[in-house]
Design a protein around this ligand. Structure first.
Ligand SMILES: [Zn+2]
Ligand SMILES: [Zn+2]
Ligand SMILES: [Zn+2]
Length: 375
């Protein structure tokens, strides 16, 4: 299988952090602050340039783009009139946005532990306090699904009333999507599994999906396939019951994937949006992913550096949520940003990080064992 013939579109300066698909268009949001909209054929529709990184985008039924911005604002970009405007705000990064089916409301999820509900063309505002950071959000019919840093998925009604909590994931979640018919929820995160559960209740299907964390999950509009995008630089396709269909290798982290017809659109860490057609997606059953069993304890703790004066990521302008490598003193941003701490581990093999400037430290993260360890 070769992907050299894939089409690449809409180059971002740096990682593409989000991708959303509508009926006739794709929108992407980048760490460069750009929101780009293109047709499914790759023709440019519009661009909005923000002055801060974009964490998520979603497309409404009328073709407008909801934007989750790192400066705490929720914005709407309307490519038809080339206008971008603010519709809501949070006390911390906005990590995720989702339109209601009728395009009248936007749900936003934030690091501040709340879900915001906003009516861009009206006066409606509602704030739902979860008390947990929200990393991803989806809205279908009267169901909102919010995936949290606390490893759970919160299901609410369209007005934010809590309906159910989906548990089972071992680590923080990055992505959640409701199936097109509203009957199932798929979610992924740091623990590398894909989970699919009926909304009505019941045991989830749990699939070891990737060899690294899974940034994004999405459904084919037909409801018959699920796509997962991972830091192992692959995108995998699954049946709606979690059976493997296909695995596509890329040359960088895949931050998200969407499918329209038989074309797979992938947001990449290098700034490209790859469009892979069915010539490159011939059915081939991939080998199963075998994940290591999580250890009980960690033996890697060998700190050389426990404090640093640095208050900025060494690779990007991030100044919050920084991680210190206790082997060499490297300071990198967390995974909600550009994950430069994780990339340092991948490049150096230095296994442990602790939060910068958060003394006394209560935990360290061991990349080698993939676990938090209390100190
Ligand atoms: Zn360890
Ligand atoms: Zn290091
Ligand atoms: Zn960084």
């Amino acid at each position: 299988m070769s992907f050299l013939a894939a089409r690449f579109h809409q180059w971002h300066e740096g990682p593409v952090k989000a991708i959303a698909a509508g009926e006739d268009r794709i929108a992407t949001g980048g760490a460069d602050g750009a929101v780009r909209v293109m047709t499914l054929a790759g023709d440019h529709v519009g661009t909005s340039q923000l002055d801060c990184p974009v964490n998520d985008v979603d497309i409404s039924i009328t073709g407008r783009i909801a934007i989750a911005a790192k400066d705490g604002s929720v914005r709407v970009f309307d490519p038809a009139v080339r206008r971008t405007y603010e519709v809501g705000d949070h006390d911390h990064w906005v990590m995720a946005v989702a339109w209601s089916d009728d395009g009248r409301w936007i749900a936003s999820g934030s690091e501040d532990g709340t879900i915001g509900l906003w009516e861009p063309e009206g006066s409606g505002v509602r704030r739902v306090v979860l008390g947990r950071p929200v990393n991803s959000i989806d809205w279908s019919g009267d169901l909102i699904a919010a995936a949290s840093g606390d490893s759970k998925v919160y299901l609410t009604d369209g007005d934010g009333t809590l309906r159910d909590i989906l548990e089972g994931a071992g680590q923080m979640l990055w992505s959640v999507r409701i199936s097109p018919d509203g009957s199932q929820v798929a979610w992924t995160g740091r623990d590398r599994h894909l989970r699919i559960a009926p909304v009505a209740g019941g045991r989830p299907v749990v699939v070891p999906a990737h060899s690294q964390q899974v940034w994004g999950v999405s459904w084919h509009p037909d409801g018959d396939r699920v796509m997962t995008a991972s830091a192992d630089s692959t995108v995998a396709l699954w049946s709606a019951d979690g059976a493997p269909i296909e695995r596509v290798s890329l040359d960088s982290w895949a931050r998200g994937a969407e499918m329209r017809g038989e074309t797979l659109f992938v947001a990449t860490e290098t700034g490209d949006v790859a469009a892979l057609d069915d010539d490159h997606l011939s059915p081939r059953r991939p080998p199963p992913v075998v994940l290591p069993v999580a250890p009980e304890t960690c033996t890697h703790w060998d700190p050389q550096v426990l404090e640093t004066a640095r208050r900025r990521c060494e690779e990007c302008p991030a100044t919050e949520e920084l991680r210190l490598c206790v082997t060499c003193g490297h300071v990198g941003c967390c995974e909600s940003q550009l994950a430069h701490g994780t990339k340092h581990w991948l490049a150096s093999g230095h296994p442990n990080t602790i939060p910068v400037g958060d003394a006394p430290f209560h935990w360290r993260w061991c990349y080698a064992d993939d676990m938090y360890v209390k100190r």
